[in-house]
Design a protein around this ligand. Sequence first.
Ligand SMILES: [Fe+2]
Length: 148
Amino acid sequence: MKEQLIESMKVVLADSFAFYLKAHQFHWNVEGPDFPQYHDFLSDLYEEVYGSVDRIAEQIRALGEYAPGSFSRFKELSSIADSTGAPTAGEMFNTLAGDNQIVLSTLMRTYKLAEEYSEIGLSNFLQDRYDAHKKHAWMISSILKRKQ
Ligand SMILES: [Fe+2]
């Protein structure tokens, strides 16, 4: 049933929005001696992910389903936890590294379903999103790396 693919796409949308919102919040609240670099890096990060959200929702519409778009539905669908405190810069990047892994595994699961249902355009789109988040993983892990 294509239902499985549609449900998985809703999780892609919710995960991407949750990740975007957290990166944007961290952009606002990050502090420390490397503030200018962190602030700019987080700006690029949230903008890239935000730029995907509309296209994900439109892919859901193209599958014949309505796209979720409320905080309550996103919270139900995504396993990315809310951030409400005032984390340090290190904690922020650790959190984003973990959340980015959640996005990657959701994208991979959904890509496999798109292949299964021969949704080739969607499969191509999901490959591109996977690639973008692989790049985010590389950059975040490079920020977290301590000099020897
Ligand atoms: Fe800003």
